[in-house]
Ligand binder design. Structure first.
Ligand SMILES: O=C(O)C(=O)Cc1ccccc1
Length: 433
């Protein structure tokens, strides 16, 4: 894997380099440059999901958003299910024929196309593959600087990729949306620290598709500048997940140090090195120590040796689900009114022997609270949630399609985030454990 060095900032139009360190405060929301277009005619359920690419892509659009379908009139004349416009729009990009700068065949050959003696080369199978268009290497955006675990996850998922550091997750998403990168890698949960909630929220805000997952054993080290002793350390900085994963070990080491959260582990090491901070240590990888000239004060400081982080790989287009290997599918849905809705949704999977591997709830962004009035008793507040569920089945399987068709009946919103091969690499704890 090759890493290119300038971390991209959220000003993707100019691709400026970031300042030497990245601890400049909270991430301000970035306005998306690409507008999402939802179309009601992209809904294919509940008659089953087709196996061709266009059918599948349409199934990955929001499956049931009643508000959207009311707001967006169906325009069958502009492509319809299976047309190019349709495929592009369900991926959240308004990539019509005109804005892709494609010229109709007639116009191309009569005006600006190649001379008759050079007939256009027929498309071959390689033209149709999802490989990058710009060269041989897949460009994978990750949040952090070289030495971050997300960079290692990118290398595990795509061994020959070009890893592109970004200073915020939002930027990594935009890099893919704007075709600066082909994939983004996103940590979503950890065996010790639990879910990374902000990243779940990002999955919903953007229209990228999950196309893969990797589980990475994470081996944390305590890093300081060369010559610095443990007793001098008054502050330990790292990614919040890394701090959480090492909490007990830090205490056992007898460190009287304040913990401070920063954006990424390797960035913490780089910050100490750049600013010559002799009272500060970072929790980061051994590779970060090497890259930023730090010494390893303590090796393997995570509280449990089976410390694994799960990352998902995101792309502009979904992959076509298969049945010849284990697949996982990730969905997000919102409750509809009614009783026992969550029970009914989960039983749609249970009745079909589909195992759930994960369920996570997040506050509903646009509708966090519902008021329930009772004239006699008063007003109660219910929290409203978005539920994220991962289940062990491929969307190419009829049982998964039927389960989702049923789920759709009980939900006001349902979206398939992706159906992708499960990471089946044999369990191997992190180095030296
Ligand atoms: O900060 C990093 O290096 C990341 O990639 C995020 C992270 C932090 C802690 C464990 C796994 C991933």
């Amino acid at each position: 894997m090759q890493t290119i060095s300038p971390p991209y900032t959220n000003n993707l139009n100019s691709l400026v380099r970031t300042s030497p360190h990245k601890f400049t405060g909270a991430c301000s929301p970035v306005r998306l440059a690409v507008h999402c277009v939802f179309r009601s005619d992209s809904v294919q359920f509940p008659n089953g999901i087709g196996y061709n690419r266009a059918d599948w892509q349409s199934s990955c659009a929001i499956l049931s958003s009643k508000v959207v379908s009311l707001e967006q009139p169906t325009d069958k004349s502009s492509g319809g299910a299976g047309g190019a416009d349709h495929v592009a729009s369900v991926n959240g990009h308004k990539t019509s024929v005109e804005n892709l700068n494609l010229i109709p065949i007639d116009a191309a050959t009569s005006h600006s196309g190649p001379p008759a003696s050079q007939p256009q080369k027929p498309l071959s199978i390689t033209d149709l593959s999802p490989a990058p268009m710009h060269g041989s290497k897949l460009r994978v955006a990750y949040q952090g600087v070289p030495g971050a675990y997300s960079e290692a996850a990118a290398g595990k998922a795509y061994p020959n990729c070009e890893a592109i550091p970004c200073d915020q997750f939002e930027v990594a998403f935009q890099a893919v949306e704007l075709w600066i990168a082909d994939r983004a890698v996103l940590p979503v949960e950890n065996s010790l620290g639990g879910s990374i909630h902000r990243n779940y929220d990002l999955l919903l805000r953007h229209r990228l598709h999950i196309v893969g997952e990797v589980q990475l054993p994470v081996h944390h080290c305590l890093l300081a500048l060369p010559g610095v002793r443990k007793e001098y350390i008054t502050r330990v900085i790292s990614h919040p997940q890394a701090l959480a994963q090492c909490e007990h070990t830090l205490t056992k080491l007898g460190l009287q140090a304040a913990r401070e959260a920063v954006d990424d582990t390797a960035g913490a090491a780089e910050y100490i090195a750049t600013n010559n901070l002799r009272d500060t240590a970072a929790i980061a990888s051994a590779r970060a120590a090497e890259l930023y000239g730090m010494q390893i004060l303590a090796d393997g400081i995570h509280d449990d040796s089976s410390n694994v982080t799960r990352f998902v790989m995101l792309a502009r287009e979904p992959i076509i689900p298969r049945t010849d290997r284990p697949f996982k599918t990730s969905i997000v849905f919102a409750h509809d009114k009614g009783t026992s809705v969550l029970f009914k949704v989960l039983s749609a999977f249970a009745f079909r022997n589909i195992s759930l591997t994960k369920i996570e709830s997040r506050p509903h962004r646009n509708r966090p609270i519902r008021l329930v009035d009772d004239a006699n008793v008063g007003t109660a507040k219910h929290f409203e949630y978005m539920f994220y569920v991962d289940f062990e089945a491929s969307m190419a399987e009829v049982r998964a399609q039927n389960a989702l068709a049923e789920v759709q009946e009980f939900t006001s919103f349902l979206r398939v985030l992706g159906s992708y091969p499960m990471d089946m690499t044999p369990w191997c704890p992190s180095r030296d454990d």
